[in-house]
Design a protein around this ligand. Structure first.
Ligand code: PLP
Length: 397
């Protein structure tokens, strides 16, 4: 099939929820993709933070093939070695507790919201408020899109589920105003991904700790995008001095397979009982075996030391570039989650499109921010290809 054939079938048979770039890919390897037209692209999107260890990673492929020949899924009616090994591995790099497995970020957050409500009900019937931040993104199910502090995604979905309130991002006074004993949980991203690569301030995190303790509310970190090494630590919250009660994971955890996980601190595990929540495919053998390999690559010291090394180069080179182009407002982020905030004289979509002409894939987020999520395995060669393309594109504005 040619790209034109695919586009016309897409128009006919796929629901038009996405506006796509006019490219598709037939092959990927490491940090590179090959299009239907046979052209090679450098991928600084990683499938939106999914392929942290590159396309067709050999170690992941080996596990994928061998596990799929043994057993793919048996449902959650039966015990599974792969499932318990993965849960134990996640606990060992975060905090002690129990894990619920699902298949996506939205599902992982949906489970976190339900657990927070179960927890609230053990204290009082009115303790059900979930706080979230303006500009946040937590998924597209009805509950998670309600938690998402961006009204544009909630349009025409009314009536939305009740009991959600929004705190202005990094605004300590607003946090104090909204927090009370009826709050059962607050959900946060260490760095807002879809919201423009915006990190939480230390001051705000300290206030979250204080108020969550005072009002006996759970602290949930949505690590769907910031987890699995993206920010230079195993999880985004580890960049701060804070202990969450729950974290949610997806995207990179599955190494390319759909996997979601919700980890709950030991102290609260007893709010969960058989029958309260479920997922047919969650924690299946194939996904769990692959995710366990993802964790083993993540915990190889070489992985995060490469993130540290490359991230340093990227940030210092980007600060250099910033000095040459007045339309760059700010370089933000941590590790390999990087945002280049632009003023309104340059539209980020035009930058993304011209980077595509240069055969480099990038993302946008927030109002007008160029977002970079390169695979964590990129080397100096990929960094220089990217920077040269970016300089050429920025010169056009
Ligand atoms: C992508 C994302 C989600 C939603 O994940 P899906 O797998 O698309 O449901 C939730 N939270 C954050 C922070 C994300 O980046």
């Amino acid at each position: 099939m040619t790209l034109e054939d695919i586009i016309s079938l897409d128009k006919e048979y796929i629901l038009p929820f996405y506006s796509r770039f006019k490219i598709g890919f037939k092959k990927g390897r490491g940090a590179y993709l090959w299009s239907y037209n046979g052209e090679k692209y450098l991928d600084f999107t990683s499938g939106i933070g999914v392929l942290n260890f590159g396309h067709s990673n050999r170690e992941i492929l080996r596990v994928l093939v061998s596990q799929s020949k043994k057993l793919m899924t048996t449902s959650n009616l039966f015990y599974s070695e792969e499932r318990v090994k993965l849960a134990k591995a996640l606990v060992e790099i975060s905090f002690d507790g129990g894990v619920f497995f699902s298949n996506s970020g939205a599902e992982a957050n949906e489970a976190a919201i339900k657990i927070a409500r179960f927890f609230g009900k053990t204290i009082s019937k009115d303790k059900y408020i979930i706080l979230s931040l303006s500009g946040s993104f937590h998924g597209r199910t009805l509950a998670t899109i309600t938690a998402t502090g961006q009204p544009k995604y909630q349009k025409n979905l009314e009536p939305l589920p009740q009991g959600f309130e929004y705190v202005e991002y990094n605004n300590v006074e607003d946090l104090e105003r909204k927090f009370n004993d009826n709050v059962c949980a607050i959900i946060l991203e260490a760095i807002q991904g879809e919201g423009g690569v915006r990190p939480l301030s230390v001051e705000f995190v300290e206030k979250v700790k204080e108020l969550a303790k005072k009002h006996n509310a759970l602290i949930i970190f949505d690590e769907v995008q910031t987890g699995i090494g993206r920010t230079g630590k195993y999880f985004g919250y580890q960049n701060y001095d804070i202990q969450p009660d729950m974290i949610t994971l997806s995207k990179a955890l599955g190494g390319g397979l759909p996997v979601g996980a919700t980890l709950l601190k030991r102290e609260y595990v007893n709010v969960c009982e058989a029958g309260m929540h479920a997922s047919t495919m969650g924690g299946n053998q194939l996904a769990s075996a692959v995710a366990l390999k993802v964790i083993s690559i993540l915990t190889d010291p070489k992985t995060l030391s490469n993130v540290e090394k490359i991230s340093k180069i990227l940030f210092s080179e980007l600060e250099n570039i910033k000095r040459s182009f007045s339309f760059i407002k700010e370089i933000r982020g941590k590790g390999m989650m990087i945002g280049i905030d632009l003023d309104d004289t340059v539209k980020v979509i035009d930058v993304v499109n011209r980077m595509i002409d240069e055969k480099v894939l990038t993302l946008r987020s927030g109002e007008n921010t160029l977002r970079l999520l390169p695979p964590l395995i990129v080397g100096e060669r990929e960094v220089s290809i990217f920077l040269e393309a970016l300089r050429r594109v920025f010169k056009q504005f």
